[in-house]
Design a protein around this ligand. Structure first.
Ligand code: 26Q
Length: 839
């Protein structure tokens, strides 16, 4: 198709001009995406009709919108077909409730999953479009903080690929995770206005708006919410749907994101006394509910707006779920046979009380039936072991905003504690521990207790995590309800993280084992024997080299930094947190720096240490760690003696897109959390699939990575979780400082002001944390063992054949870590959901 053919044989174009919807669907059908050879007419149509623009005059952003809209046109019939099939067959539906969906970009992913790459490539060539430039126009949908949000995104992709009838529910934040700038080595947060331009993927559905009644009216002043009790108000939840394209393009599921608004301003008189300006400002206030993602991970803080956000997600989603259930003609008694709701951490745990409210007050069921249905419908995933990270909300917030739900929670608790007392007469301490209500120092609802009691399933996200959850974090509950607890080791989607992110390696794998690995990652086992085939090893190493070269070019264009692709790319990318121990990494870098300064002729493989990650804006020490990494980097990188030997880069603004580029280019994956603190970790899995070797502690999923690949193919080091727990009584970091010369030299150099001559006392809080306050995360305890593991890395890398062999074995052993495997486990043992393939 060319610019000179305004009228085409494209059935979609023809259908639009004449047919009703049935004809339109009939023409395009619901099978695999079909082409007439004229579909690329869609691109020009979009420029002309959406932008009223001569295609010749389109800029990169308009070209992106036109290409993305054309792809959406192609998938939209399939999207409708999928929903029609679900309505007709009335299967069990899975609903994934999450405050976060860290989606990243969608265009390239949708093109690959729709199997449209050949068509899009050909069309781009014909039209002279620079695809790479177009893809770079799409902002990341950064609607999450880190692992938990990215997991939700991988899960909905896997569910669509596996034809599981599923809907993801989340919030349509106007501002996602903040954009991180680095100024003078420090993190500066900037607003992420990702919706500044129209998003071509979302479909607003005002007709399905949900009304959310609240017990109070609230007002915002400088971000602080004042609650006016006894003045009921409403929020509206406006759905914005995004297609979730399964690989192969047959199933298109939905991610439904709620935007908060108020009823029409003209209906607002009853709340604002007919005050137009008051009504408008109330609308602005209401819209603040979905304005911004809370930029914290793992440390919940009692912010009332967050409370409203969580309830808003729950109320909108459950109203929608129940409406869909009833629309299909189902009887209430079949709720748990038709609906499975998965709660992504406790953030949506108010669903327990809200579903009870709907069943009691709406459906008029009795307590026992309502409770039975609620428990059998809901399931909960825990993502943390830190007791201080378990969510609690003040009773007063419930009283003010959702008093009926609080009443229900009290009744759940009364009945629950009666059974605890009956089982453990006189054990008041147990009753106090297990109560849904914490009494001191202030009355709060314990959301994890509510989630465990109010659901039929509680799972952890890696074997060790599930084990520690059962035996330490919530041991009383695991004893009382052993059948409710299970493990579901996390996974990641191989479509985005291998097929899309690493085209050279993906092509090599397809050449070696065929295409089946894309939806059956366990097939990669077949490459393990090829680890001993030198010709295959050469191709494998060449694929890694080309991913590195591609990354070097991309980061040069993005940040202006020049990296050496022949050095080891040693990468730690994740939120900055003490337990993740970026500090351990950078202290070891300083040890390596000292060794090279002391002994310039030292024979080591050149290494580039790459860091990326955001710190919660209020987490002072994490921000100081960023500053330290940058300051060490500046000194090392400007030292002429380090050139070609040691380099340190902190890459700003870690994002899904940066991860997609950097992970395929990495040789070493740093997974070095204090054992017992990282619930799972998922970047480790992406690195493994992309042929990086792991340096890691026996924590989270790293334990299972070592099981799959063989311990001899992973650089394990450090204390085990048991040893960490056991050392709590006697560990003294100063012993290491006093008895280990390299440890002392590195710390002395850091705290001497060598890396920050302008502000010599700047890093004192880090020194205090390590040496004065007991080094809670045991950096110094693991430092020598970590350095020894890094020495083994260095030695192995010098033997290219031996390195390639281990890397191939890792890729070949990564099958377990596909989110398809994880989802199959959730579907079989928690949801009892089966695939509904779209014919
Ligand atoms: C809660 C209340 C108020 C404000 C913020 C929060 C909040 C937000 C995000 C609490 C926690 C998070 C995110 C947690 C998270 O990402 N956890 C990670 O989950 C991954 C997926 O299971 C695991 O692999 C990681 O180990 C775990 O750290």
């Amino acid at each position: 198709m060319s610019r000179t053919s305004p009228r085409t044989k494209n059935p979609l174009a023809e259908a639009r001009d004449g047919d009703g919807p049935a004809g339109l669907l009939a023409r395009y059908g619901c099978g695999p995406v079909k082409f007439t050879g004229n579909d690329d007419a869609l691109y020009e149509r979009r420029l002309v009709f959406d932008h009223v623009l001569d295609p010749a005059d389109a800029g990169p952003r308009e070209r992106f919108e036109a290409v993305a809209s054309a792809i959406r046109d192609i998938l939209s019939q399939h999207w409708v077909c999928t929903q029609r099939e679900y309505d007709a067959k009335n299967p069990k539906q899975v609903y994934y409730l999450s405050m976060e969906f860290l989606i990243g970009r969608s265009l390239a992913n949708n093109v690959i999953n729709l199997a449209l790459s050949p068509l899009v490539d050909a069309a781009a060539r014909e039209k002279g479009l620079e695809l790479a430039e177009i893809l770079e126009q799409e902002p990341d949908a950064g609607l999450g903080n880190g692992g938990l949000g990215r997991l939700a995104a991988c899960f909905i992709e896997s569910m669509a690929t596996m034809a599981i009838p599923a809907v993801g529910y989340g919030l349509r934040y106007d501002y996602g995770i903040f954009r991180q700038e680095i100024r003078d080595g420090s993190q500066v947060e900037q607003a992420d206005h990702w919706l500044a331009r129209p998003d071509p993927w979302e479909v607003q559905r005002p007709g399905e708006t949900v009304n959310v009644p609240l017990g109070s009216r609230f007002e915002a002043h400088r971000g602080v919410i004042t609650v006016h009790r006894g003045q009921p108000s409403h929020l509206l939840g406006i759905p914005h749907d995004r297609p979730v394209v399964g690989f192969g393009g047959r199933t298109i599921n939905t991610l439904r994101l709620w935007q908060a608004s108020t009823p029409d301003v003209f209906d607002f008189g009853e709340f604002s006394g007919g005050d137009f300006f008051g009504a408008v400002s109330d609308r602005i206030l209401a819209e603040t509910v979905s304005r911004v993602l809370y930029p914290d991970d793992s440390t919940p803080r009692g912010r009332s707006l967050r409370f409203v956000q969580e309830y808003f997600l729950v109320a909108c989603s459950l109203a929608d779920i129940v409406a869909r259930f009833r629309r299909r003609g189902n009887d209430w008694s079949t709720l748990a046979d038709k609906v499975a709701v998965q709660l992504n951490d406790t953030h949506p745990a108010m669903a327990v009380a809200e579903l009870m409210r709907i069943l009691l007050d709406g459906a008029k069921l009795g307590w026992d039936e309502a409770w039975d249905l609620t428990v059998r419908t809901l399931a909960y995933t825990n993502h943390t072991l830190l007791p201080e990270a378990l969510e609690k909300w003040p009773v007063e917030m419930f009283e003010a905003l959702i008093p009926r739900q609080l009443e229900i929670i009290y009744e759940i608790n009364r009945r629950f504690l009666d059974t605890v007392r009956a089982d453990h007469p006189g054990d008041d301490a147990k009753v106090a521990r297990m109560s849904l209500v914490e009494e001191t120092p202030s009355r709060q609802i314990r959301m994890a207790n509510l989630a465990i009691v109010g659901t039929h399933s509680t799972n952890g996200v890696a074997a060790i995590h599930s084990q520690l959850l059962r035996t330490r974090t919530v041991a009383d509950f695991a004893t009382m309800f052993p059948e409710r607890f299970s493990n579901k080791t996390n996974g990641v989607t191989p479509r985005r993280w291998l097929l899309l992110a690493n085209p050279d390696l993906a092509a090599l794998l397809t050449e070696a084992v065929g295409e089946s690995w894309v939806t059956d990652l366990a097939m990669l086992r077949r490459i393990v024997p090829l680890a001993d085939d030198s010709a295959f090893r050469e191709k494998f190493l060449a694929a890694k080299r080309s991913a590195k070269a591609r990354f070097v070019d991309w980061i040069k264009a993005r940040d202006g930094v020049t990296l050496d692709p022949d050095s080891i790319f040693d990468t730690q990318i994740k939120r900055i947190h003490e337990y993740k121990r970026q500090l351990l990494n950078i202290i070891h870098v300083v040890i390596a720096y000292n060794r090279l300064r002391d002994n310039p002729s030292l024979d080591v493989s050149p290494r580039t240490y790459l860091f990326a990650g955001k710190a919660a804006p209020a987490y002072r020490l994490a921000k100081l760690i960023i500053k330290l990494i940058n300051d060490v980097g500046s000194a090392v990188n400007r030292d002429p003696d380090m050139r070609g030997r040691l380099r340190v880069e902190f890459l700003p603004n870690y994002s899904v897109t940066l991860a997609e580029r950097l992970i395929p280019a990495s040789d070493v994956s740093e997974q070095i959390s204090t054992a017992g603190y990282e619930a799972s970790g998922t970047s480790s899995m992406k690195f493994m699939m992309n042929g990086a070797l792991t340096v890691g502690t026996r924590d989270g999923a790293t334990i299972e990575i070592a099981e799959e690949a063989g311990e001899e193919n992973v650089f394990l080091f450090g204390l085990t979780a048991e040893q960490v727990a056991e050392s709590r009584g006697w560990y003294d970091p100063r012993w290491h400082y006093e008895h280990e010369s390299e440890t002392r030299a590195a710390l002395d150099l850091i705290f001497s002001g060598h890396f920050n001559r302008q502000e010599p006392r700047l890093f004192d809080p880090i020194r205090d944390a390590l040496l004065a306050q007991g080094d809670y995360y045991l950096h110094l305890a693991d430092l020598t063992s970590y350095a020894a593991a890094q020495a083994r890395v260095c030695e192995l890398y010098a033997d290219r054949g031996a390195w390639g062999r281990k890397a191939i074995i890792n890729v070949g052993s990564s099958g377990k870590f596909s989110s398809d495997r994880t989802i199959a486990e959730y579907a079989a043992s928690i949801w009892k959901a089966v695939p509904v393939p779209i014919s």
